[in-house]
Design a protein around this ligand. Sequence first.
Ligand SMILES: [Zn+2]
Length: 177
Amino acid sequence: MSRDATNRDTTPAKDTTPAKDTTTSSSGPVRGRRARSRAIDWDALRLAAREVCARAYAPYSHFSVGAAALADDGRILTGCNVENAAYGVVLCAECGVVSQLHATGGGSLIALAYVGAEGQPLTPCGRCRQLLWEQGGPGLQLDTADGIKTMAELLPYAFDVDDLGTPPPTKARRSRT
Ligand SMILES: [Zn+2]
């Protein structure tokens, strides 16, 4: 399968979509965290997602996926799916992104591109939407086949730390040393 498909670049308008504050969105409960205003290099994220997709371990489904996310300090974090002979314990690509976010210093996710082997944009599964909500909040932007969407759009009425009724965890950035 070619990994050089460029068909998804036929909608360049979304490439320059600026980050927007969605804290007043009516598409779901929006609490606490705020999206930061930052220009997002979607082409770089898509390229990184495609590159890591080539390293996916998907011997059972042969459905490779790669994800690349931009952190609030500019880091680009990547992950690929990792399957297992016990099918139910598959790791989605977003798991790698979230792990790398914390392994390299913490912070929050701003934007994420998620692609299949042909470079086609995918949307995260339900479980990963919950994972991403925790790490990016309602303003996290995702590249989809229908353009840039926020987590608030992809996971309305999300379960959030506020639902626990306890103080939120400290999200202070950790040293990368
Ligand atoms: Zn998933």
